[in-house]
Design a protein around this ligand. Structure first.
Ligand code: ZN
Length: 361
Protein backbone atom coordinates (compact mmCIF):
# COMPACT_ATOMS: atom_id res chain seq x y z
CA UNK A 1 0.00 0.00 0.00
CA UNK A 2 1.32 3.37 -0.90
CA UNK A 3 1.55 6.23 1.53
CA UNK A 4 -0.62 8.42 -0.64
CA UNK A 5 -0.66 12.10 0.13
CA UNK A 6 -3.60 13.13 -1.98
CA UNK A 7 -2.82 15.67 -4.66
CA UNK A 8 0.93 15.89 -5.14
CA UNK A 9 1.84 19.52 -4.99
CA UNK A 10 4.74 20.14 -7.30
CA UNK A 11 8.01 21.72 -6.41
CA UNK A 12 7.24 24.84 -8.44
CA UNK A 13 4.13 25.37 -6.37
CA UNK A 14 6.16 25.02 -3.22
CA UNK A 15 8.74 27.54 -4.36
CA UNK A 16 6.08 29.97 -5.56
CA UNK A 17 4.43 30.02 -2.17
CA UNK A 18 7.63 30.39 -0.24
CA UNK A 19 8.06 34.03 -1.32
CA UNK A 20 4.60 34.94 -0.12
CA UNK A 21 4.96 33.64 3.37
CA UNK A 22 4.57 35.97 6.28
CA UNK A 23 7.95 36.76 7.74
CA UNK A 24 8.00 36.08 11.45
CA UNK A 25 9.78 38.68 13.54
CA UNK A 26 11.51 35.97 15.55
CA UNK A 27 15.04 35.24 14.46
CA UNK A 28 16.22 31.67 14.55
CA UNK A 29 19.08 31.46 17.02
CA UNK A 30 19.15 27.67 16.83
CA UNK A 31 17.41 27.25 20.20
CA UNK A 32 15.22 24.27 20.93
CA UNK A 33 11.79 25.31 19.72
CA UNK A 34 8.31 24.21 20.76
CA UNK A 35 4.95 24.16 18.99
CA UNK A 36 1.63 23.15 20.50
CA UNK A 37 -0.20 20.22 18.94
CA UNK A 38 -3.75 18.89 19.13
CA UNK A 39 -5.12 15.52 18.05
CA UNK A 40 -8.67 15.33 16.67
CA UNK A 41 -10.07 11.80 16.52
CA UNK A 42 -13.22 11.36 14.42
CA UNK A 43 -14.56 7.83 14.55
CA UNK A 44 -17.65 5.73 14.12
CA UNK A 45 -16.61 2.34 15.45
CA UNK A 46 -14.86 2.14 18.80
CA UNK A 47 -12.08 0.19 17.02
CA UNK A 48 -11.16 3.44 15.21
CA UNK A 49 -10.88 5.33 18.50
CA UNK A 50 -7.24 4.95 19.60
CA UNK A 51 -6.34 4.69 23.25
CA UNK A 52 -4.50 7.47 25.09
CA UNK A 53 -1.47 5.17 25.21
CA UNK A 54 -1.50 4.84 21.41
CA UNK A 55 -1.67 8.60 20.91
CA UNK A 56 1.11 9.10 23.46
CA UNK A 57 3.21 6.58 21.51
CA UNK A 58 2.41 8.41 18.26
CA UNK A 59 3.41 11.72 19.83
CA UNK A 60 6.71 10.21 20.95
CA UNK A 61 7.44 8.86 17.46
CA UNK A 62 6.96 12.30 15.89
CA UNK A 63 9.22 14.06 18.40
CA UNK A 64 11.85 11.31 18.23
CA UNK A 65 11.90 11.17 14.43
CA UNK A 66 12.17 14.90 13.78
CA UNK A 67 14.97 15.22 16.36
CA UNK A 68 17.08 12.23 15.31
CA UNK A 69 16.21 10.56 18.60
CA UNK A 70 14.57 7.55 16.96
CA UNK A 71 16.00 4.35 18.41
CA UNK A 72 16.80 3.00 14.92
CA UNK A 73 18.77 6.02 13.70
CA UNK A 74 21.94 3.93 14.10
CA UNK A 75 20.86 1.81 11.14
CA UNK A 76 21.70 4.55 8.63
CA UNK A 77 24.86 3.18 6.98
CA UNK A 78 28.18 4.85 7.78
CA UNK A 79 29.97 3.40 4.75
CA UNK A 80 29.27 1.92 1.37
CA UNK A 81 26.71 2.99 -1.21
CA UNK A 82 24.21 4.17 1.37
CA UNK A 83 26.59 6.12 3.60
CA UNK A 84 24.14 8.79 4.66
CA UNK A 85 24.77 8.83 8.41
CA UNK A 86 26.82 12.03 8.17
CA UNK A 87 23.96 13.98 6.63
CA UNK A 88 21.28 13.00 9.16
CA UNK A 89 19.57 16.06 10.58
CA UNK A 90 17.64 17.13 13.68
CA UNK A 91 15.00 19.85 13.69
CA UNK A 92 15.54 20.69 17.36
CA UNK A 93 11.79 21.13 17.43
CA UNK A 94 9.35 19.50 19.83
CA UNK A 95 5.60 19.36 19.66
CA UNK A 96 4.29 19.94 23.17
CA UNK A 97 4.21 18.26 25.53
CA UNK A 98 7.89 17.60 24.96
CA UNK A 99 7.67 14.33 26.86
CA UNK A 100 4.89 12.07 25.67
CA UNK A 101 4.28 10.82 29.23
CA UNK A 102 2.78 14.25 29.90
CA UNK A 103 0.26 14.05 27.07
CA UNK A 104 -3.31 13.89 28.39
CA UNK A 105 -6.83 13.97 27.00
CA UNK A 106 -6.54 17.79 27.14
CA UNK A 107 -4.54 17.63 23.89
CA UNK A 108 -7.10 15.26 22.30
CA UNK A 109 -10.58 15.98 20.96
CA UNK A 110 -12.62 12.84 20.41
CA UNK A 111 -15.71 12.98 18.20
CA UNK A 112 -17.92 9.94 17.77
CA UNK A 113 -20.33 10.13 14.85
CA UNK A 114 -22.56 7.76 12.94
CA UNK A 115 -22.57 10.01 9.87
CA UNK A 116 -18.97 9.75 8.70
CA UNK A 117 -18.94 9.31 4.88
CA UNK A 118 -18.94 5.65 3.86
CA UNK A 119 -15.38 4.64 2.99
CA UNK A 120 -13.93 7.58 4.89
CA UNK A 121 -13.26 11.25 4.19
CA UNK A 122 -11.85 12.19 0.81
CA UNK A 123 -9.36 14.64 2.25
CA UNK A 124 -8.42 17.16 4.92
CA UNK A 125 -10.92 19.76 3.68
CA UNK A 126 -13.85 17.36 4.13
CA UNK A 127 -12.55 16.38 7.57
CA UNK A 128 -12.48 20.03 8.63
CA UNK A 129 -15.91 20.74 7.13
CA UNK A 130 -17.27 17.80 9.09
CA UNK A 131 -15.67 18.83 12.40
CA UNK A 132 -16.71 22.46 11.97
CA UNK A 133 -20.23 21.32 11.09
CA UNK A 134 -20.67 20.03 14.60
CA UNK A 135 -19.54 23.18 16.31
CA UNK A 136 -15.74 23.16 16.41
CA UNK A 137 -13.41 25.55 14.66
CA UNK A 138 -10.56 23.85 12.85
CA UNK A 139 -7.83 24.21 11.94
CA UNK A 140 -7.02 25.79 15.28
CA UNK A 141 -4.65 28.67 14.79
CA UNK A 142 -0.99 28.65 15.87
CA UNK A 143 -0.83 24.92 16.61
CA UNK A 144 -0.30 21.71 14.65
CA UNK A 145 -3.69 20.06 13.96
CA UNK A 146 -3.50 16.28 13.59
CA UNK A 147 -6.68 14.59 12.39
CA UNK A 148 -6.90 10.86 13.12
CA UNK A 149 -9.71 9.87 10.80
CA UNK A 150 -10.77 7.28 8.22
CA UNK A 151 -9.61 8.45 4.76
CA UNK A 152 -10.70 7.30 1.35
CA UNK A 153 -9.74 3.64 1.40
CA UNK A 154 -10.34 3.07 -2.31
CA UNK A 155 -7.27 5.16 -3.13
CA UNK A 156 -5.19 3.64 -0.36
CA UNK A 157 -4.70 6.99 1.28
CA UNK A 158 -3.31 6.50 4.75
CA UNK A 159 -2.12 10.04 5.31
CA UNK A 160 -2.47 13.50 3.87
CA UNK A 161 -0.98 16.94 4.41
CA UNK A 162 -0.85 20.36 2.87
CA UNK A 163 2.64 21.60 2.17
CA UNK A 164 3.60 24.46 4.48
CA UNK A 165 0.60 24.24 6.73
CA UNK A 166 -0.52 23.28 10.24
CA UNK A 167 -2.84 20.45 9.15
CA UNK A 168 -2.25 16.76 8.62
CA UNK A 169 -4.53 13.72 8.54
CA UNK A 170 -3.66 10.09 9.24
CA UNK A 171 -5.79 6.97 9.45
CA UNK A 172 -6.01 5.26 12.87
CA UNK A 173 -4.43 2.09 11.41
CA UNK A 174 -1.07 3.90 11.14
CA UNK A 175 -0.83 4.53 14.89
CA UNK A 176 1.58 2.48 17.00
CA UNK A 177 -0.17 -0.58 18.33
CA UNK A 178 -2.69 -0.82 15.52
CA UNK A 179 -3.15 -4.24 13.97
CA UNK A 180 -4.67 -2.97 10.72
CA UNK A 181 -1.80 -1.75 8.54
CA UNK A 182 1.05 -4.16 9.16
CA UNK A 183 4.39 -2.57 8.24
CA UNK A 184 2.94 0.93 8.49
CA UNK A 185 1.66 0.76 12.04
CA UNK A 186 4.48 2.32 14.00
CA UNK A 187 3.49 5.95 13.60
CA UNK A 188 5.76 7.06 10.77
CA UNK A 189 2.97 8.09 8.44
CA UNK A 190 2.50 11.02 10.84
CA UNK A 191 6.24 11.81 10.68
CA UNK A 192 6.03 11.85 6.86
CA UNK A 193 2.94 14.09 6.83
CA UNK A 194 4.42 16.46 9.42
CA UNK A 195 7.44 16.68 7.11
CA UNK A 196 5.12 17.91 4.33
CA UNK A 197 3.38 20.35 6.66
CA UNK A 198 6.80 21.78 7.58
CA UNK A 199 7.50 22.38 3.89
CA UNK A 200 9.28 19.21 2.77
CA UNK A 201 8.48 17.71 -0.63
CA UNK A 202 9.00 14.03 -1.43
CA UNK A 203 12.54 12.85 -2.10
CA UNK A 204 11.35 11.83 -5.58
CA UNK A 205 10.51 14.70 -7.90
CA UNK A 206 9.57 12.98 -11.13
CA UNK A 207 12.47 14.21 -13.24
CA UNK A 208 16.23 13.82 -13.38
CA UNK A 209 16.82 17.09 -15.23
CA UNK A 210 16.18 19.51 -12.41
CA UNK A 211 18.86 20.23 -9.84
CA UNK A 212 18.32 18.38 -6.57
CA UNK A 213 16.07 20.33 -4.23
CA UNK A 214 18.32 19.36 -1.32
CA UNK A 215 21.90 18.75 -2.37
CA UNK A 216 22.42 16.21 0.43
CA UNK A 217 19.73 13.94 -1.07
CA UNK A 218 20.58 12.13 -4.32
CA UNK A 219 18.33 12.80 -7.30
CA UNK A 220 15.42 10.42 -7.39
CA UNK A 221 12.57 10.22 -9.88
CA UNK A 222 10.44 7.42 -8.46
CA UNK A 223 9.32 6.41 -4.98
CA UNK A 224 11.03 3.32 -3.63
CA UNK A 225 7.86 1.90 -2.16
CA UNK A 226 8.27 -1.14 0.01
CA UNK A 227 10.91 -2.87 -2.12
CA UNK A 228 13.90 -1.06 -0.71
CA UNK A 229 15.27 -2.66 2.43
CA UNK A 230 18.11 -2.17 4.86
CA UNK A 231 19.80 -5.27 6.20
CA UNK A 232 22.75 -5.89 8.45
CA UNK A 233 25.96 -7.51 7.23
CA UNK A 234 29.19 -8.27 9.05
CA UNK A 235 30.64 -5.00 7.80
CA UNK A 236 27.58 -2.89 8.62
CA UNK A 237 24.21 -1.97 7.15
CA UNK A 238 23.58 -2.52 3.45
CA UNK A 239 20.65 -1.77 1.19
CA UNK A 240 18.88 -3.65 -1.54
CA UNK A 241 16.14 -3.09 -4.11
CA UNK A 242 16.06 0.69 -4.21
CA UNK A 243 15.59 2.13 -7.69
CA UNK A 244 19.27 2.52 -8.54
CA UNK A 245 20.03 -0.91 -7.14
CA UNK A 246 17.37 -2.30 -9.49
CA UNK A 247 18.94 -0.54 -12.47
CA UNK A 248 22.39 -1.85 -11.59
CA UNK A 249 21.23 -5.41 -11.03
CA UNK A 250 18.98 -6.01 -14.03
CA UNK A 251 17.23 -8.18 -15.01
CA UNK A 252 16.74 -9.78 -11.60
CA UNK A 253 15.12 -6.74 -10.09
CA UNK A 254 12.79 -5.60 -12.85
CA UNK A 255 9.63 -3.89 -11.77
CA UNK A 256 6.67 -5.49 -13.47
CA UNK A 257 4.74 -2.40 -14.47
CA UNK A 258 7.60 0.02 -15.19
CA UNK A 259 10.51 0.17 -17.60
CA UNK A 260 14.06 0.83 -16.47
CA UNK A 261 15.90 2.99 -15.74
CA UNK A 262 14.05 3.52 -12.47
CA UNK A 263 16.70 5.86 -11.13
CA UNK A 264 18.61 8.84 -12.56
CA UNK A 265 21.25 6.39 -13.65
CA UNK A 266 22.64 8.60 -16.38
CA UNK A 267 23.52 11.21 -13.77
CA UNK A 268 25.68 8.97 -11.62
CA UNK A 269 26.62 5.39 -12.38
CA UNK A 270 26.57 2.18 -10.39
CA UNK A 271 30.15 2.38 -9.17
CA UNK A 272 29.55 5.48 -7.10
CA UNK A 273 28.28 5.79 -3.57
CA UNK A 274 25.40 7.94 -4.73
CA UNK A 275 22.61 5.42 -4.30
CA UNK A 276 19.13 6.53 -3.35
CA UNK A 277 18.27 7.66 0.17
CA UNK A 278 15.29 5.33 0.43
CA UNK A 279 15.49 5.48 4.23
CA UNK A 280 14.37 9.12 4.17
CA UNK A 281 11.07 9.89 5.91
CA UNK A 282 9.94 11.70 2.75
CA UNK A 283 10.18 8.62 0.51
CA UNK A 284 7.48 5.95 0.36
CA UNK A 285 8.43 2.79 2.23
CA UNK A 286 7.38 0.66 5.16
CA UNK A 287 7.90 2.28 8.56
CA UNK A 288 10.95 0.26 9.54
CA UNK A 289 12.93 1.59 6.55
CA UNK A 290 12.06 5.26 7.07
CA UNK A 291 14.56 6.44 9.63
CA UNK A 292 16.10 9.82 8.76
CA UNK A 293 15.71 13.40 7.60
CA UNK A 294 18.71 15.04 5.95
CA UNK A 295 20.37 18.12 7.42
CA UNK A 296 19.10 20.29 4.60
CA UNK A 297 15.57 19.06 5.16
CA UNK A 298 15.69 19.86 8.87
CA UNK A 299 17.19 23.27 8.10
CA UNK A 300 14.39 23.95 5.61
CA UNK A 301 11.75 22.88 8.13
CA UNK A 302 13.13 25.35 10.66
CA UNK A 303 13.29 28.08 8.04
CA UNK A 304 9.64 27.41 7.35
CA UNK A 305 8.45 27.53 10.95
CA UNK A 306 10.45 30.70 11.58
CA UNK A 307 9.15 32.44 8.46
CA UNK A 308 5.54 31.28 8.49
CA UNK A 309 2.62 32.71 10.42
CA UNK A 310 0.84 29.38 10.95
CA UNK A 311 2.52 28.56 14.27
CA UNK A 312 3.25 30.32 17.50
CA UNK A 313 6.79 29.36 18.44
CA UNK A 314 7.63 28.83 22.11
CA UNK A 315 11.11 28.72 23.59
CA UNK A 316 10.74 27.81 27.23
CA UNK A 317 9.18 24.82 28.79
CA UNK A 318 9.42 24.07 32.47
CA UNK A 319 8.11 20.62 31.68
CA UNK A 320 9.71 17.68 33.44
CA UNK A 321 9.38 14.00 32.84
CA UNK A 322 6.86 12.58 35.30
CA UNK A 323 8.22 10.13 37.83
CA UNK A 324 7.69 6.66 36.55
CA UNK A 325 6.35 4.63 39.48
CA UNK A 326 7.07 1.26 37.93
CA UNK A 327 10.74 2.21 37.47
CA UNK A 328 10.93 3.28 41.13
CA UNK A 329 9.40 0.03 42.34
CA UNK A 330 11.66 -2.08 40.11
CA UNK A 331 14.73 -0.19 41.41
CA UNK A 332 13.59 -0.64 45.01
CA UNK A 333 13.06 -4.36 44.33
CA UNK A 334 16.58 -4.72 42.95
CA UNK A 335 18.11 -2.94 45.97
CA UNK A 336 16.15 -5.09 48.45
CA UNK A 337 17.14 -8.21 46.51
CA UNK A 338 20.84 -7.33 46.74
CA UNK A 339 20.57 -6.57 50.48
CA UNK A 340 18.86 -9.94 51.01
CA UNK A 341 21.54 -11.84 49.05
CA UNK A 342 24.36 -10.11 50.99
CA UNK A 343 22.64 -10.78 54.33
CA UNK A 344 22.10 -14.45 53.51
CA UNK A 345 25.69 -14.84 52.29
CA UNK A 346 27.05 -13.30 55.51
CA UNK A 347 24.76 -15.51 57.58
CA UNK A 348 25.80 -18.73 55.85
CA UNK A 349 29.52 -17.85 55.83
CA UNK A 350 29.41 -17.15 59.59
CA UNK A 351 27.45 -20.31 60.23
CA UNK A 352 29.94 -22.37 58.26
CA UNK A 353 32.87 -20.82 60.17
CA UNK A 354 31.09 -21.60 63.42
CA UNK A 355 30.53 -25.23 62.35
CA UNK A 356 34.21 -25.50 61.36
CA UNK A 357 35.27 -24.23 64.76
CA UNK A 358 32.95 -26.53 66.72
CA UNK A 359 33.42 -29.73 64.72
CA UNK A 360 35.65 -32.31 66.43
CA UNK A 361 39.14 -32.77 65.07
ZN1 ZN B 1 3.84 12.29 0.98
Amino acid sequence: MCRGCGAQIQLQHLLARKDKLFVNAVQDTGKETYIKIKYFVVYQQESDNPTLEQIKAQHQVINDDINMQNSDTYKVPTSGKYAFSDVRGSMSLFFLPKFSENLTEVEIVRIQSDSIPAGGFDGIDSVEDFINGIGYSVPEKNIMNVYIVPLNGSENIIGQAYLMSNRIAIVPGTLPGSKVLLGQNTGRTATHEIGHALGLPHTFQGTCDEPAFFSDIPLQKLPNNTGATLFETESGWEGISDNRFRDCNQPNYNLQDLSPPYSCLDVVGCATTNYEMFMNFMDYNVDKNLIMFSQQQTKAAREFIYSSDVFTLLFDTAETVPKNNSVIWISLGIVLGIVLIVALTVYFVRRKKKQTRTSPT
